[in-house]
Design a binder for this molecule. Structure first.
Ligand code: FUB
Length: 774
């Protein structure tokens, strides 16, 4: 047990109660009116500077450990509860040497008021072992962008626990960093705002315990700016305080530190400023009787009480009363969190549809410096439930010319072969397989694009295939390139490479086409930056020219969504439904090398511009439609069955026909989308079955693929699968997807014998190509 002294103090002195009431009316915790009056949590206190003196140059240590600090420069003592003022030009406190010696865990907490004129970069405090730079590590917190970092060497070794944004200036904020095991947690006003579960540097390991550059108000880097503002109640503990303890010392008496419930998929999202809590729950949770438990500050109470079952199908409210009498109404809502859609850590998802199945090919993430070596494939029928097909390409055994940095793959199908483009050690390679789930074999035995071939990094391939069957390869980092791929899909004409770099471009190109307009999308900023995001341009051809339109996907800190980017897009065939797959920092505690994959809806406005994507934690509902409707019971001409599997499946989203009944004497005009499973060659006999599996009628046509260029021919075959019967005729418009995406449209002739329950389905020899989705 930690010792907690009776709460003789409260941050809100009598004169501050009016402030409390105002805070209650406004909703969130608005800051600390006056400082703490006495310690109440003392276990593990290594150092405690109240900074409440009226004069002198000593920062008195009240922890009992005799670690007084020396105030350098002008000591701006307030003596009125306003702490020590740092003038930004000379004031700082030198903390005794070796303050973190022997510490496997730590808490550093303080009240801080950052002057609006603070210049950057700066540390609020910095504990290190040199007076000028990284040496062999350091620990610090800064308000820009709000984070705590612990490092074993220079900046590249920093393990960041980063909330991002700017810590509000000109008002008192309570800041706490705790670290134990591999977990760092950053709190603002007693409420967790960032967590990193991959903090591998312990405080005591810095300098093997020897740190001689320990400061409050000063960075260990002399080129940094000094802190300007006020600090009070500065504490260091040799253990990580629990969330309730942090709330306690913060003075946020009506705050909620934590919510627990067995069905929580990840931590509850506590929005202290708006007194709002969101509970992300696992699929299958019954929302009608949830009984969450709330962690409050010492002496505070909540009504209804923790553990009371309540109906969360709508938001509910709770009243928190602090030990000081302050009251606050919290709104709590619950939802089912379907994201991330893939298990574990993945990034750079390439989403595509082959036949009636969606696939994602991501980067395997969670490795320092993105040093993963394997690629896996995942498949789904509904974009929600994904099957892991395991490793499809392993650089070690499968690729002779590179064995590291397996990044950002993409895939395309041509002539029944699947071409898998991938990054390896900063080159782009291509592997091939007969199946979308591999295994893939290196097609060239060397890179398709070598590091240095063009300016920028040779990474992040993407393939777009136009309506005429021509495929284009896009790639780049810093510079964006495109080149038409040769028919073999493993080479291109270097003279046709075009630099298409739009402003703001970083990496992750991806191209789609809709209603004749080409959309080039890409990621901006650094993937380690929470501001990583997706922007796009429109163009009139696969190679441009492009008109930049703006950002379509970016962070939402209210949901803890950071760094969303390196995306791809898939269309549900025969519909105008589009979905964007992208990665974000893993929740909780992820960063630029600990990312996860999710999917959200992407929509267009009436002018064909992409609407801003709303990033969600819930992700999407299962998707049906397109070609995968085998259980639809309202349509009878549902699918075309190819022995043992769905070979040609019909979408009903284009207004599919009702069945031709035996009493009908009129032929029917049909308009529908077919997806032809790649690899089907030459003539096949297709049968139409209804939803209960009954054969309704027979089709008679022939599908051919031109193996030389991959285009698809469609011709009638009068003898194939012929069925007797009288014939009525009509001409309809069909579109063909190959595979999973639009290629061209044909007119066809449909002949049906309404009296004999069979039909002849022929292509008209005069069929013509028409514009897509006219
Ligand atoms: O995943 C490794 C790299 O990070 C990708 O190639 C970039 O696009 C960035 O997401």
């Amino acid at each position: 047990m930690h010792s907690v002294r009776p709460r003789g103090r409260r941050r809100f002195l009598p004169g501050a109660l009016a402030f409390v009431a105002a805070a209650s009316l406004l909703g969130g915790f608005a800051g600390l009116a006056v400082p703490a009056q006495a310690a109440e949590i003392t276990d593990g206190l290594a150092l405690w500077y109240k900074l409440d003196a009226t004069s002198g140059t000593v920062a008195v240590d009240s922890s009992g450990n005799g670690r007084n600090g020396i105030v350098n420069g002008t000591a701006g003592w307030s003596g009125t509860g306003e702490g020590l003022t740092f003038d930004g030009s000379g004031t700082y406190v030198k903390v005794p040497d070796n303050i973190m010696s022997g510490m496997n865990a730590i808490t550093v907490s303080m009240d801080v008021q950052i002057d609006p004129a603070q210049t950057t970069p700066y540390f609020i405090y910095g504990f290190g072992n040199t007076s000028n730079g990284s040496g062999n590590g350091y620990l610090f917190t800064t308000g820009n962008s709000f984070r705590t970092a612990i490092a074993s060497g220079g900046p590249s070794t920093e393990r960041n626990t980063q909330a991002g944004g700017t810590l509000q200036r000109g008002v008192w904020k309570h800041v706490t960093y705790t670290q134990t095991g591999n977990t760092g947690v950053l709190y603002r006003d007693g409420v967790e705002v960032a967590r990193n579960t991959s903090v591998t540097v312990t405080p005591g390991s810095i300098g093997s315990g020897t740190t001689t550059a320990n400061y409050v108000g000063k960075s260990v880097f002399t080129s940094d700016k000094l802190f300007k503002g006020k600090i009070r109640d500065f504490r260091v503990y040799n253990r990580a305080l629990a969330p309730a303890e942090v709330l306690d010392i913060s003075g946020n008496t009506t705050g909620i530190a934590k919510v627990t419930h067995p069905a929580l998929k990840t931590d509850a999202i506590i929005d202290d400023a708006n007194s709002k809590i969101t509970l992300p729950l696992v699929e299958g949770t019954d929302l009608t009787a949830l009984a969450p438990q709330f962690t409050l500050a010492d002496g505070s109470s909540i009504s209804p009480a923790s553990g009371t079952p309540r109906d969360f199908t709508r938001p509910v409210t709770y009243e928190v009363t602090g030990s000081d009498g302050a009251e606050r109404t919290w709104t709590v809502e619950a939802f089912v969190m379907r994201s991330p859609v893939l298990p574990g850590l993945t990034a750079d998802p390439d989403i595509i549809r082959f036949g009636d199945t969606y696939y994602i090919y991501p980067t395997s993430d969670g490795f320092a410096n993105w040093s993963g070596t394997r690629f896996s494939a995942y498949s789904s029928k509904d974009l929600v439930h994904w099957t892991d097909h395991g490793v499809v390409l392993d650089l070690g055994p499968d690729v002779s010319w590179a064995d590291n940095k397996a990044w950002a793959p993409t895939i395309e199908e041509k002539n029944g072969k699947y071409y898998f483009y991938f990054c390896a050690n900063g080159n782009i390679g291509v592997a091939v397989s007969d199946s979308p789930t591999g295994p893939f074999k290196d097609a060239l035995g060397k890179p398709l694009l070598k590091a240095g071939d063009y300016s920028g990094q040779m990474i992040d391939p993407a393939v777009f295939t136009d309506d005429d069957g021509q495929s284009y390869l896009y790639w780049g980092n810093g510079q964006a390139y495109v080149a038409p791929l040769n028919a073999d899909m493993v080479s291109f004409d270097a003279s046709k490479v075009t630099n298409i770099t739009p402003s703001g471009y970083r990496e992750g190109s991806f191209v789609i086409k809709r209603k004749g307009t080409y959309y080039l999308m890409w990621s901006e900023n650094d993937t380690r930056d929470e501001n990583y995001r997706v922007a796009y341009a429109t163009g009139s051809s696969p190679t441009g020219p492009w008109t930049k339109r703006g950002v379509i996907l970016e962070k939402d800190l209210s949901l803890g969504i950071k760094g969303p980017g390196h995306h791809s897009v898939v269309q549900v065939p025969g519909t105008d439904d589009w979905y964007i797959a992208y990665h974000r920092f893993a929740i909780p505690g992820g960063d630029g090398t600990h990312r996860e994959t999710t999917i959200d809806k992407m929509e267009f406005d009436a002018d064909g511009l992409i609407k801003k994507v709303v990033p969600t934690l819930s992700s999407i509902d299962p998707v049906s439609g397109g070609v995968a409707l085998p259980t639809n019971t309202t349509r009878s001409l549902q699918s075309v069955n190819f022995p043992g599997r769905y070979a040609v499946v019909r979408s009903d989203s284009l207004g599919y026909l009702d069945p031709v009944t035996s009493s009908s004497t009129t032929a029917v005009k049909q308009s529908a989308t077919f997806t032809i499973v790649p690899g089907l060659a030459d003539s096949k006999c297709y049968s139409f079955r209804d939803s209960s599996g009954r054969y309704l009628r027979h089709a008679d046509y022939r599908v051919r693929f031109d193996a030389s260029n991959g285009t698809q021919l469609f011709s009638k075959d009068a003898t194939f699968c012929a069925r007797p019967g009288s014939v009525a005729g009509s001409v309809g418009l069909e579109s063909y997807n190959y595979p999973g995406r639009y290629l061209r449209h044909y007119n066809y002739e449909l002949r049906i014998d309404p009296y004999q329950d069979n039909a002849t389905f022929r292509a008209d020899s005069s069929f013509t190509a028409v514009s897509p989705w006219a």
